[in-house]
Write a protein that binds this ligand. Structure first.
Ligand SMILES: Nc1nc2c(ncn2[C@@H]2O[C@H](COP(=O)(O)OP(=O)(O)OP(=O)(O)O)[C@@H](O)[C@H]2O)c(=O)[nH]1
Length: 402
């Protein structure tokens, strides 16, 4: 894993965790809102039940302790034989009383709201008014978040059941088009879910950190592994590559030629070799110096290497200023290849001040081809190529010998 890959994975992981955190946060808040609204709806049902009970008894009388805000008309009060004063309380007034009690004793608010209120207490606020109008358009309940006394509240409102409205129309008290709204402070629900939100944050933080640590550890392990591999590779290269020309070395050549020899013997196809020697290289070194000689070897190697791309072919540095080619091809093909190599070096036009045959660096080549038989050894191929090289040198250099 490269550093950029690690960073991309880490960023993706963090994005995934953030997305999950955001989604769960949203779900939890929506769930809390659902619970609050459900609670409000249950509250609504209770109030309706109490109103219906009151209404079904044609209102109730309670001892007038001076706290009850009964209708102030004289007919709203009666006196018992024992001299106690009783106040008459209708369903709407009863709801008001309960609303006052809830306000002073709980965080929940409820309100009997009406478009045509029988008292100022029942006047709908802006949010309720919109809901009351929505009921006229067929809505059965309205929920939402709205500000009440400078505080956000989950709010639920539903119309009073038609039967009860009808009873109120009959004269118990008059809240035509009435509804009851129940409001629960957002803060009370937030307090309820804050622990869950904290847990969500901690869990996601832990999962995110563990993921990043695992990624980091696997990245570091991979870095260590690739360092080891690089070391092993360079050790292997040192063992099988010639450090000057970067061509395979003599050790690699030995293993390669033995393997190819056996394969050629098994399948009975020809195996060929070219021995290559730079002409008058001692004179080159003597005139231009050893470092220039090294440079010349590198350039010759680079040029020769261009012609060897097939996996079955090999060019190696045999030693000193000698190179060796092994190829799975016949005598004509190896002869043609050798001639191509000779020309390629000549065409480099690398100045050779002390050569007796050219002003440029040239090579002599010896080729040999054998279809290996059981009793033969691969050295025969080498000896034949050596002999051919000797012939090329003897007959004037810068040529291919056979
Ligand atoms: N600069 C340099 N020279 C090398 C290296 N390896 C071998 N030589 C030189 O190559 C020269 C080979 O000389 P000889 O074997 O006499 O052959 P030659 O001078 O090329 O003569 P012919 O092959 O007969 O044309 C020697 O002087 C070696 O020192 C090397 O790695 N770098």
């Amino acid at each position: 894993m490269r550093r950029i890959t690690f960073l991309v994975y880490a960023v993706l992981w963090m994005m995934l965790i953030s997305l999950s955190y955001y989604q769960q946060l949203k779900d939890t808040k929506r769930y809390a809102e659902d619970i609050a609204i459900r609670q409000a709806a249950m509250f609504f049902d209770h109030i309706v039940l109490i109103r219906q009970w009151n209404s079904s008894h044609g209102g109730v009388y309670a001892v007038d302790d001076g706290q009850i805000r009964a209708d102030s008309t004289a007919s709203s009060f009666v006196e018992t034989k024992d001299g106690r004063r009783l106040a008459w309380i209708g369903p709407t007034q009863m709801a008001r009383e309960l609303a006052d009690a809830a306000k002073s004793k709980t965080v929940i608010r409820f309100h009997v709201a009406s478009i045509r209120p029988s008292s100022a207490d029942n006047k709908a606020d802006e949010w309720e008014l919109r809901a009351l109008l929505a009921f006229r358009n067929g809505e059965t309940s309205v929920r939402g978040i709205a500000v009440l006394d400078n505080q956000p509240y989950y709010r639920y409102i539903a119309p009073l059941p038609a039967a009860e409205n009808c009873l109120t129309c009959a004269g118990l008290d008059d809240d035509g088009g009435g509804a009851i709204s129940v409001s629960i402070p957002v803060a009370s629900i937030d307090a309820f879910i804050s622990e869950r939100l904290r847990q969500l944050g901690v869990t996601h933080g832990i999962i995110a950190s563990v993921g990043v640590i695992v990624l980091l550890l696997s990245y570091l392990a991979q870095v260590r592994l690739s360092k080891r591999l690089d070391k092993a590779k360079s050790r292997l290269q040192l063992a099988y590559l010639d450090s000057l020309t970067l061509l395979p070395n003599r050790r690699y050549y030995d293993a390669f030629v033995k393997r190819e020899w056996k394969r050629a013997m098994r399948h009975q196809y020809p195996i060929s070799m070219i021995m290559i020697d730079i002409d008058y290289f001692k004179a080159y070194n003597d005139s231009l110096g050893h470092p220039e000689g090294d440079q010349c070897l590198r350039q010759v190697a680079r040029t020769l290497k261009r012609f060897f791309r097939r996996p079955g072919d090999l060019i190696a540095r045999y030693g000193g200023e000698e190179f060796c080619v092994v190829a799975a091809c016949d005598a004509n093909q190896i002869l043609a290849l050798a001639e191509i190599l000779r020309k390629a070096i000549e065409n480099m036009r690398l100045p050779h001040p002390n050569s007796k045959i050219s002003e440029f660096v040239t090579i002599s080549l010896g080729v040999s081809t054998i279809v290996p038989r059981e009793h033969q050894e691969f050295e025969q191929l080498l000896h034949a190529a050596d002999q051919a090289l000797y012939n090329a040198k003897a007959s004037g250099r810068n040529r291919v010998g056979r």
